[in-house]
Design a protein around this ligand. Structure first.
Ligand code: ADP
Ligand code: MG
Length: 617
């Protein structure tokens, strides 16, 4: 007659169970994943024993997981042919010695004042999640060790568990969950099938549910690349990515150091954020040896790579403590660093290998790369290499990289110049561009207002400072001075008069060294502010009150006919000259895209036209 042993749960386990039983209401289905994950672990361990030459009980029994639902009995049963447990192991694993994660889980719950069932597996106490749905759990287990025997463990959660020897069990573990009345759905085959497909599709051992093989999708990321067809990859992508198109890119790689990683990453053909779907969330699932640790794993990649989809499988999240390791952010950071570095390298390789696809990638995803430059200091440099712009020397729509720009720089050019403008025409006719044209200096043309901030954050490239064209300290130098240009004194005198006339509407008025065709140009007095930034800041404020943005200076072109005549006119007709001065200022504002309200300007312009017609008529 077998004797039944009565055991108490260790105090912390009992506390944990009370929470699981009474406080976890959401995501109850998690227990299916946890029990399958344990079954897969057990199979994995047996495979390891066999491969290391150990003699195991029933060596012919294939490694597999089978699940049976019973709606009449209200049960769900998980059977595996893995390593099983001895008496000592059952006592140790199922209730006596607290897993180190127990304390952490209890602490988390105490701190957050709420319990999240999805976390339970991460703390290495997944087995107990069964008690979310169970009135009773019954475990039959037979260890792999040839001389062992079977054991039967039962518990109703409260108080403790019973343990008794049982003869004639096959190797492995069978767990029957007797469902509570409010959890009957887990005795329904269709419900359970959905759950298994969601969480355990890539478990590498066959999973059968009520006789039906479920995990048909092959684990492809651990197979050799040469064995995998494009179609396989694409099918897998469509499954994990919930997409109906093929991916634009895929990166399948294995790393051994500093972490063992198998990763299969995809870039969707289209940027979902531009499809009006709002902010996308990373859909990279984290596995440890084919067992899902976390779907849409947080922290695996930086935010700006949230468009990636796929899987990362790392053995360095060890089987037994894997869920705890997820808590260990330094491990996650290490993974993040390796994965991000590898993906950036991949992108760089692609630009060399395949211009067409990398252009498409850039077109779809450049905003993410730019976000990366602004938000992620650690990858700034690699990201800088991926940026592409039109420039004053490229053809329309042909983009160039900063590296190519640097290659074209003359030896005495120290800075990389860029100009923000609404489009190419505006850039080419911008007064800020004149000095560059005159001196034959290349300027990157940027049409996305974000780029201003991107350049500010990137700061330099290949040791060369990035400089906004309007902030460049350049002069047109030795170009021919037109006949009759104002001499230095005249020009300075005119500048002073302009300042007196325009008063507070401008900061300083200076004689410009950078203008060729335009009469005058607006220059932000603040060293860091550009006209584009002012526009953005103004738009963000909407108040019209931009006083705190600092003054705008006016630079005048001493060779321009308007200024030449103005110099004469200010002595002959002060009133008309003042009107012209104001118009020169407003025109410069228009050129810089900074004129707020054209009504006053139009009124003045009409008066000027009247006067012109009157004198000529
Ligand atoms: P974890 O799986 O993170 O270790 P669990 O609470 O899920 O935490 O499981 C506790 C332990 O119980 C496992 O580490 C394992 O030793 C043992 N165990 C659970 N299920 C099985 C099983 N099906 N076969 C063998 N051992 C098991
Ligand atoms: Mg587990």
């Amino acid at each position: 007659m077998a004797t039944t042993e009565r055991h108490h749960f260790q105090a912390e386990i009992q506390q944990l169970l009370d929470i699981v039983i009474h406080s976890l209401y959401t995501d109850k289905e998690i227990f299916v994943r946890e029990l399958i994950s344990n079954a897969a672990d057990a199979c994995e361990k047996l495979r390891f024993l066999q491969s290391s030459g150990q003699t195991v009980h029933q060596p012919e029994t294939p490694l597999a997981i089978s699940i049976k639902t019973d709606e009449k009995e209200n049960t769900i049963t998980f059977t595996d042919t893995g390593i099983g447990m001895t008496h000592g192991e059952i006592v140790e694993n199922l209730g006596t010695i607290a897993h180190s994660g127990t304390k952490a889980f209890l602490k988390q719950i105490a701190e957050e004042k709420k319990a999240d069932a999805r976390l339970i597996g991460q703390f290495g106490v997944g087995f107990y999640s069964a008690f979310m749905v169970a009135k009773k759990v019954s475990v039959f287990s037979r260890s792999w060790q040839p001389d062992e025997q079977g054991w039967h463990w039962t518990s109703e959660g409260a108080g403790g568990y019973d343990l008794e020897p049982t003869a004639d069990l096959p190797r492995g573990t069978r767990i029957t969950v007797h469902l509570k009345d409010d959890a009957k759905e887990f005795a329904r085959s269709a419900t359970v099938e959905q759950i298994i497909k969601r969480y355990s599709n890539f478990v590498q051992f066959p999973i059968e549910l009520d006789g039906k093989r479920l995990n048909t999708v092959q684990v492809i990321w651990s197979r050799a690349k040469t064995e995998i067809k494009d179609d396989d990859y694409n099918e897998f992508y469509q499954y994990v990515g919930h997409d109906h198109e093929n991916p634009l890119y895929r990166l399948h790689f294995t790393a051994d150091a500093p972490l063992a990683i198998q990763a299969l990453l995809f870039v969707p053909a289209r940027n979902f954020e531009t499809l009006g779907m709002g902010r996308v969330e990373s859909e990279v699932n984290l596995y440890c040896r084919k067992v899902l640790i976390q779907a849409r794993a947080k922290g695996l990649f930086p935010e700006w790579l949230r468009f990636l989809k796929g899987v990362v499988d790392s053995e360095d999240l060890p089987l037994n403590i894997s869920r705890e390791s997820m808590q260990d952010t330094s491990l996650l950071q290490k993974l993040n660093k390796v994965l991000t570095g590898r993906f950036l390298k991949f992108l760089e390789e692609q630009t060399e290998k395949d211009a067409a696809s990398s252009e498409k990638f850039y077109h779809e995803y450049n905003r993410f790369l730019k976000e990366g430059v602004v938000t992620d200091f650690t990858h700034k440099e690699s990201l800088g290499k991926l940026l592409r712009y039109e420039s004053s020397t490229t053809e329309r729509d042909k983009l160039t990289s900063l590296a190519e720009y640097v290659k074209r720089m003359a030896t005495d050019q120290k800075e990389i110049y860029y100009l923000l403008a609404p489009n190419r025409e505006a850039a080419e006719s911008s007064p800020y561009f004149e000095v560059f044209r005159a001196r034959n200096l290349e300027v990157l043309f940027m049409y996305d207002p974000w780029d201003e901030f991107v350049m500010e954050h990137l700061y330099d490239f290949d040791g060369k400072p990035l400089r906004a064209a309007e902030k460049a300290d350049l002069n047109v130098g030795e170009i021919e001075r037109e006949e009759g240009a104002l001499n230095e004194d005249e020009a300075k005198g005119l500048a002073k008069w302009l300042k007196d006339t325009l008063g507070d509407r401008v900061g300083e008025v200076r004689v410009s060294q950078r203008l060729v065709e335009s009469p005058a140009v607006i220059v932000e007095a603040d060293k860091h502010l550009t006209s584009t930034m002012r526009r953005i800041l103004k738009a963000a404020k909407r108040s019209g009150d931009t006083a705190e943005l600092g003054k705008q200076d006016l630079e005048i072109n001493p060779r321009h006919p308007i200024l030449l005549r103005l110099e004469k006119m200010r002595q002959e007709d002060a009133a008309l000259a003042a009107k012209v001065a104001e118009q020169v200022l407003d025109n410069a504002r228009v050129a810089a895209g900074l004129l707020d309200d054209p009504r006053a300007m139009l009124k003045r312009l009409n008066e000027l036209l009247e006067q012109v017609l009157a004198t000529k008529g």
